[in-house]
Design a protein around this ligand. Structure first.
Ligand code: HEC
Length: 165
């Protein structure tokens, strides 16, 4: 290899290596909260913390339960089923993060109770659908008791009931 070729080769190599190197710390801003972490383990820890535990899915579940009540008042059974399905997804995702809640969730909610409520909602029969709402509320509340957060049962979302007539 002559001298010119050697220089060209070295330069090419330097370009490739510098192009592949990780972004340098000074190029990151303070908003790069994940990129700035020391390594992937530290990044996963930060993500785990941000994704919270059981409280955040429950917050969504409470909200959707109120929307479900609203859907029944409008006799919009498709929307009621939609929220019921999303409630299941939320609780399953919550259990993925907090497996210790899984046993109660499966025994008191995700199995037969969930299926029975869904059948009542999808029937689009007004009375059956409101019976399902009562059944749903009871399933939610039994899990709160089992998980020793019975105080959750005294809040506005659980005052929601079927209309007088
Ligand atoms: C696994 C059993 C379980 C089931 C089933 C369950 N919950 Fe919960 N719920 C909990 C636990 C545990 C908490 C407290 C979470 C925490 O401490 O992080 C909670 C908290 C809540 C909260 C308070 C959330 C907040 O932070 O504001 C609401 C609202 C709620 N649940 C509504 C419901 C409704 C409505 C249903 C039924 C559709 C339901 N839950 C079903 C276990 C359950």
């Amino acid at each position: 290899m002559n001298k010119t070729a050697l220089v060209a080769f070295t330069l090419l190599f330097a370009v490739i290596v510098s192009g592949r190197s990780a972004p340098r710390a000074e190029e990151l801003t303070q908003n790069d909260w994940l990129l700035r972490a020391e390594n992937d383990e530290a990044r996963f820890r930060l993500l785990q913390k941000q994704m919270r535990g059981f409280d955040q899915p429950m917050w969504e579940v409470g909200e959707r339960f109120a929307r479900l009540h609203d859907a029944l008042k409008h006799e919009n059974y498709e929307l009621a089923v939609y929220h019921w399905d999303k409630i299941k997804t939320s609780i399953e995702n919550g259990v993925a993060k907090r497996p210790a809640r899984g046993e109660s969730a499966r025994n008191l909610f995700l199995g037969d109770p969930w299926n029975e409520v869904r059948a009542g909602l999808i029937s689009a029969d007004r009375k059956r659908a409101w019976d399902s709402f009562d059944k749903a509320r009871a399933a939610c509340q039994s899990c709160h008791q089992a998980e020793k957060v019975g105080f959750m049962n005294q809040q506005a979302v659980f005052d929601l009931a079927r209309p007088e007539r």
